[in-house]
Design a protein around this ligand. Structure first.
Ligand SMILES: Cc1ncc(COP(=O)(O)O)c(C=O)c1O
Length: 397
């Protein structure tokens, strides 16, 4: 007797984790692995700020039950206040708290599009959006991020891809996997396109507090009042608390007043009962508490990112657009290779350097990339890039 998983589930791929299986096998055999693949600061020398733990501790006895499905009121109010401080009209009754942003991406995509509809997704993309689209039979409709223009979205390409079945645009800013921070001009163009075509914008801003010196994050919903925006954020990256599994989604007033989308999101939310209760008490503490740790952490990340892009650009056949935010970069491989997946697996097996292959995120036809994470110390990054350089010299010079 054979028990089979569904075809739908077989379409679920997550390159970011797939490479880890091979790396773990090699590590078990005694190989030293350089982990340049994990987008989790807490696996490196960053810690969740203590005032967030104190908030959990202070409320743990009242948080033993289910929470309200949409989230606890004090947290929803703190989130709405935080948006209003940035000039965005959001009411607390239009905020929902989720088990990480990941859960809310599943819910939002399912609410925004019917099977056969399409959602505009960036390419390269954070792979969860592709997996969810596959699972829900939503057509993927890709618009390009332009490497030659600091990985800003190509708004002409975006506009040209819209058709009758297009329901929404996903904008990830600051960006995983490229480390880009979008300019106000580019975002304004996307906002105009969305308004003209009556599309909802799903603004994934999970890295919004991690912009580097001279850069400013522009929250999408702050661009105009008459665009329909679902803003998404959370504690994982901005507050260095990936293990807390806290994310949120908020409809701006324009969307809330002109659609039943938020009602549908709440209905979906009720089906999963609630987000993890004790950690919801950390939201107000995070948004309204001290932020000095952030400055220190982001400056550490910025130094590591600057080192990585400098060092990568020194390697013949590798080029890297310098990131403007967060800990990712998406260097290009300009070597005579057939597949970046093979390149990355060979690099891992020979040199122990673990990065993620670009095809796992999608990329322009004919180009090859890999994604790195600059969270390890400069010393470790330096060793990893020395190994990458000798790998490239050995095989391609
Ligand atoms: C762009 C983007 N969105 C969402 C997520 C998911 O975040 P969470 O930990 O809140 O589920 C990630 C995680 O890496 C991400 O990079």
């Amino acid at each position: 007797m054979q028990f089979n998983a569904s075809i739908r589930s077989k379409e679920m791929r997550y390159a970011v984790r797939d490479i880890v299986i091979e790396a773990k096998k090699l590590e078990k055999k005694g190989k030293k692995i350089y982990w340049l693949n994990i987008g989790d600061p807490l696996k490196y020398d960053f810690r969740t700020p203590m005032h967030l733990w104190n908030a959990v501790e202070a409320h743990k006895r009242e948080a033993e039950s289910y929470a309200p499905a949409d989230g606890i009121p004090e947290a929803r109010e703190a989130i709405a206040r935080d948006y209003r401080k940035k000039g965005i009209s959001v009411q607390s009754q239009n905020v929902m708290i989720g088990n990480g942003l990941s859960e809310l991406i599943w819910i939002a995509m399912g609410v925004l599009a019917n099977p056969g509809d399409n959602v505009l997704l960036p390419i390269p993309n954070y792979p969860l959006y592709d997996s969810v689209s596959n699972y829900l039979n939503i057509e993927k409709n890709n618009y390009c991020l332009c490497e030659e223009n600091d990985w800003q979205p190509d708004t002409n390409d975006l506009r040209s891809k819209i058709n009758k079945k297009t329901k929404a645009i996903v904008v990830i800013n600051p960006n995983n996997p490229t480390g880009a921070n979008y300019s106000r001009k580019t975002l304004k163009e996307i906002a105009d396109i969305a308004a003209e075509n009556k599309l909802v914008v799903l603004a994934d801003e999970i890295y919004s507090k991690q912009t580097f010196k001279g850069e400013k994050h522009e929250p999408f919903a702050s661009l105009a009042k008459d665009i329909a925006v679902l803003s998404m954020n959370g504690l994982s990256k901005n507050f260095f608390a990936t293990g807390f599994r806290i994310g949120w989604i908020a409809a701006n007033d324009f969307l809330a007043e002109n659609s039943d989308i938020m009602d549908a999101i709440f209905k979906m939310g009720r089906g999963r009962l609630c987000a993890v209760h004790p950690f919801q008490y950390t939201i107000k503490a995070a948004l309204e508490g001290p932020k000095d740790f952030l400055k220190q952490y982001v400056s550490k990340i910025e130094k590591r990112q600057a080192f990585s892009s400098k060092r990568l650009n020194e390697i013949n056949g590798i080029s890297c657009v310098a990131p403007k935010a967060t800990f990712y970069a998406f260097p290009r491989i300009e070597l005579p290779i057939q597949s970046d997946r093979d390149f990355v697996f060979d690099l891992l097996r020979e040199e122990g350097v673990c990065v993620v292959f670009g095809s796992g995120f999608g990329q322009k036809k004919g180009t090859h990339h890999f994604r790195i994470v600059s969270l390890p110390s400069i010393e470790i990054l330096g060793e990893a890039f020395d190994r990458l350089e000798s790998f490239v010299k050995k095989h391609y010079s």
